[in-house]
Structure formats: structure tokens, C-alpha cells
Design a protein around this ligand. Sequence first.
Ligand SMILES: Cc1cc2nc3c(=O)[nH]c(=O)nc-3n(C[C@H](O)[C@H](O)[C@H](O)COP(=O)(O)O)c2cc1C
Length: 170
Amino acid sequence: MQTWEAIRSRRNVRQFEDRPVADDHLDEILESGRRSPSSRNWQPWDFVLVKERERLEQLSRVSPGGGYVAAAAAAIALVAPVPGEAERTRVYYDLGQATMSMMLAAAGLGIGSGHAGVFDQDVAREALGFPGDRFCAFLIALGYPAGRPLTLIRRPNRRPFGEVVHRERW
Ligand SMILES: Cc1cc2nc3c(=O)[nH]c(=O)nc-3n(C[C@H](O)[C@H](O)[C@H](O)COP(=O)(O)O)c2cc1C
């Protein structure tokens, strides 16, 4: 799939087929995250790939909106240094860029992805074992979408183009 198609086909997928994603595809998705740009190239991320069902179930309990992670084929946990006040904005900006790179790479491979916020750091740390000076910012659930594959979304649920885009001045 071309980038433009991947952009127009990606949507948050929260129901997955019960089949694995190939390791080389998972690595391609992770590599897309690793190549992401970041402020002064500081690369504040580590990615923890999880495929074991029991660990996915544990991770699904880190937030009320993350229950669907339990049935994903895999999940990527984005772990970063606990930011000081001055670093907070750029940590989240950079993690957002890495997230979107990985989601588009997944969409390009026909693989669905979904975000889950992480509220309970203790549960996340118990599942993943990351050090005390880090936190788990987000989970990306991955798998083949159940029901309908990723296809072109002709009418996305978004504010109109003409309202969002300003040319030259507001
Ligand atoms: C920072 C962030 C956190 C999100 N957290 C969750 C979440 O915890 N659970 C969930 O089901 N979706 C979550 N989402 C997905 C959004 O609800 C979704 O991207 C948005 O509704 C647009 O839908 P689409 O991605 O299908 O286009 C999150 C998205 C972002 C960007």
C-alpha cells in the first residue's frame, strides 16, 4: 500500500482476528518508530513488544479505555524517561510522532492498530519491568482487524478541510 492510501485507510482498530502478525512485519513497524524524528534527535523512547497473551491481558488493565489490548495479536508499549516540566511537551510530541509512524507502517501492511493511554503505572511496570526513572506513556495494540479489513475511508469523521486549513493567514 502507498503512503497516501495508508493515511486514508488507518483507523483505530479495537477488534482483532485471532491470528498472529508475522515477526518481520512487527519489526518493520518497530523500525518505523525507531526512525522517527525527535527534538534534537534525543530519541526519548524505548519500545517493548508484547505478544504473550497473559501479558497482553495484564496490560489491558492499565486504563479503562484499554480493555481491547487483551485480544490484540501484539502490543507495543512506548516507554520514556519521566519528564521534568521543561521536557514534558517535547516528550509527548516525539512519542506522538513515533506512534503515528508505527500506525501508518502497520496500515501499509494491512495491520490494524489502536492507541491506549496508560493510567496505572504500577500495573504497567509489573507487566513490563521498565526501570523506575521511566514511565509507560502509551500502548499501541496491533492485529488484523476483525470483520472489515482496512479499506479507504471516503468520508472520515473529521472537521471539514476548509475549516481546518488556513492559507497565508487565519
Ligand atoms: C493520545 C491518544 C490517546 C488515545 N487513547 C485511547 C484509549 O485509551 N482507548 C481507545 O479506545 N482509543 C484511544 N485513542 C484513539 C482515539 O479515540 C481515536 O484516534 C479518535 O477517536 C479518532 O478515531 P480514528 O483513530 O479511528 O480515526 C487515543 C488517541 C490518542 C491520539
